[in-house]
Design a protein around this ligand. Structure first.
Ligand code: AFP
Length: 333
């Protein structure tokens, strides 16, 4: 029987599935000024650890890994078992990979010396939004990558650890949501990859992501409005007058990701309870600020650019305003 002459490239029954993450990283390695392949390997290590965490997150209800460890982390939050598990997975992957010399993590009081000659320093929140774990709501991992400044022969110093966000060479997040996504930047735009668990691979699904300059979604924990400043309360009133939509998941990665795609603003302001805000500069805000700016958005502490804040402490907090450029500018007052 004669088969119709279907050209493979035009066939709708075999749509291309997009570049695999490994291939994308390799093809774009030259964009990076220290194109030695180590940063590429580092990103692959993080992506691999995220697959393992994803597997554990997905079966959280089936095995005994939900709930609390009975201990507290540096922030005084109850450590959830999955927090601890994720921290171990990422630490192990980075230690074995050998590209990173030090790790700053929400789960550790001081930085972790990974005992190798790696040229990079990583700041990570291994599992953000952990209070959402037990109720099956999206959670995420957030990471920042910095170049080590001291020579590898010398002990790791404060100048390696306490770097400004503007010195990040890469940052990203993994969203464990209705699908699992890895979104990252190396300072040349933002690209998003969706994990196909049947193939065990991330594929480029959101190339060159751009946040709309204007948006109509505001994300803030309005239950705390009584402890906000007048300026923040005024901005919330403005959002209501404009009939904006309120959306707040309580998982920073999920709230940020939605606003990145649809246009919006996420605010965790200074409150009377937390005058410096709640979120952590080094392993929550810097990474997302880098992505927001690379996507055409803005990130401030209410007045100052997040990426210009010089950290004095690993676990330093900051108010955080991030999202569509016009909204963040307006919220400044
Ligand atoms: P948890 O990891 O303790 O759930 O905190 C999540 C988070 O750091 C961030 O992901 C949320 O946007 C924010 O805190 C929620 O804080 P509130 O519960 O105070 O609104």
């Amino acid at each position: 029987m004669l088969m119709p002459n279907i050209r493979v490239e035009e066939s709708r029954i075999a749509q291309p599935i997009g570049a695999a993450l490994d291939r994308f990283i390799k093809n774009n390695q030259d964009q990076f000024q220290y194109a030695s392949g180590e940063l590429s390997q580092l990103l692959r290590d993080i992506a691999l650890a995220a697959k393992v965490v994803n597997r554990e997150v997905n079966k959280a209800g089936l095995i005994d890994i939900m709930g609390s460890m009975g201990s507290q982390n540096t922030a005084g939050d109850m450590q959830q078992k999955l927090d601890v598990l994720a921290n171990i997975r990422f630490t192990r992957a980075l230690m074995k990979g050998g590209e990173a010399c030090a790790l700053i993590s929400e789960e550790s009081e001081s930085f972790v010396d990974l005992n190798n000659d790696g040229k990079y320093v990583i700041a990570i929140d291994p599992l953000d939004g952990s209070s959402n774990i037990d109720v099956n709501v999206s959670i995420g991992t957030i990471f920042s990558v910095y170049r080590r400044k001291s020579p590898v022969s010398k002990p790791i110093s404060a100048e390696d650890i306490l770097q400004c966000g503007s010195e990040q060479v890469a940052s990203g997040y993994i969203l464990y949501g209705s699908s699992t996504m890895l979104v990252y930047t190396t300072g040349h735009g933002v690209n998003g990859f969706t994990y196909d668990h049947t193939l065990g691979e991330y594929f480029l699904s959101h190339p060159n992501m751009k946040i709309p300059v204007d948006g109509r979604i505001y994300s803030i924990n309005e239950g705390s409005a009584n402890s906000f400043t007048d300026d923040v309360r005024k901005y919330i009133q403005y959002c209501k007058d404009e009939k904006y939509t309120a959306r707040y998941i309580g998982s920073l990665v999920a709230d940020f990701h939605r606003n990145l795609l649809k246009g919006g603003i996420y605010i965790y302001p200074a409150t009377s309870k937390d005058p410096a805000g709640k979120l952590r500069l080094m392993y929550e805000c810097n990474a997302l600020a880098f992505i927001a700016e690379q996507a055409g958005g803005l990130a401030t502490d209410g007045s100052k650019r997040i990426l210009e804040i010089k950290p004095k402490d690993l676990h330093q907090r900051t108010p955080f305003y991030v999202g569509s450029a016009n909204m963040v500018t307006k919220a400044k007052g």
